[in-house]
Design a binder for this molecule. Structure first.
Ligand SMILES: [Zn+2]
Length: 269
């Protein structure tokens, strides 16, 4: 309930600890991009596999793009098996499986989320037009967080993280993706990065991954600072009276189901 990660000395401690524990490679890489002159740089767009790469089907309807940037980046887990196949071919197959399920079972226009990351750390475009929209500072209207889809961009992370930690390759790619999105949209990682359960009654993104969010926010800020990307100067919202929805003991066991993805306030599917 407190926001200790925001206070001065504690926050620096967290940043350093995170950089050592999980972000050393990323931090090293980020620092090296500065070069000897320390020239200003943008948070790098990570290597990303497009819909053409995973041979996506065309969407059932033209996907809507909002001109306004999203306010939050929502971290999900797919609630599927913790596969040990870290290959690119597995990642591309995962994207096809999610799209087929969302279109054929859920009856949605397309993949619900904008981005997907496999356990091997492969990053993939999800819903149609997502990559172009992010590059333009715009927001593709998705289906991943009920009643908040017009203000939230979603990242689906392959696996089930109720008790197990995600693999390092996934965490590294997630941090790189979050830093890129914060820069692209002018968002502050401290206030922008959320878990699905912050909005809906769901265990998603799993207890373990959810508890990693403060460290992830700190790691993202560290990457952005190392790349000389200014953190957005957002007013800190009142977080002393959060109204988080309940976390259910059990969720229905259905492929790719991880809590409410659409609600009455959402205008598309
Ligand atoms: Zn979710």
């Amino acid at each position: 309930m407190t926001n200790t990660h925001r206070s001065g000395p504690d926050r620096r401690t967290v940043l350093r600890a995170t950089a050592t524990a999980s972000g050393a490679l990323i931090l090293g890489g980020a620092l090296s991009t500065l070069g000897p002159t320390g020239a200003l740089a943008q948070a790098a767009e990570p290597k990303l596999y497009t819909r053409a790469d995973w041979r996506a089907r065309p969407p059932a309807n033209r996907i809507q793009v909002l001109s306004s940037a999203p306010r939050h980046i929502v971290v999900h887990h797919t609630a599927t098996a913790n596969s040990t196949d870290y290959s690119l071919s597995h990642a591309l197959s995962l994207s096809r499986g999610i799209q087929n399920y969302h279109m054929d079972h859920n009856g949605w226009s397309d993949t619900g989320q904008q981005l997907t990351i496999s356990r091997g750390g492969h990053i993939m475009e999800g819903r149609d037009r997502s990559l172009a929209a992010i590059r333009a500072g715009q927001h593709v209207l998705g289906a991943h967080v009920a009643n908040n889809n017009s203000t939230c961009i979603g990242i689906e992370n392959e696996g089930l993280y109720t008790s197990e930690r995600p693999p390092k390759a996934l965490v590294d790619s997630l941090v790189a993706t979050l830093a890129w999105l914060c820069q692209a949209y002018g968002l502050n990682p401290d206030t922008a990065i959320k878990g699905h359960r912050d909005f809906n009654a769901t265990a998603c993104p799993g207890e373990t991954l959810y508890k990693m969010l403060p460290d992830l926010r700190a790691a993202v800020a560290e990457v952005m600072l190392a790349q000389r990307v200014a953190l957005a100067d957002e007013p800190v919202p009142d977080e002393f009276a959060p109204t988080y929805p309940p976390v259910p003991e059990d969720e229905k066991e259905e492929e790719f189901y991880h809590g409410p993805a659409r609600g009455p306030d959402d205008v598309t599917r």
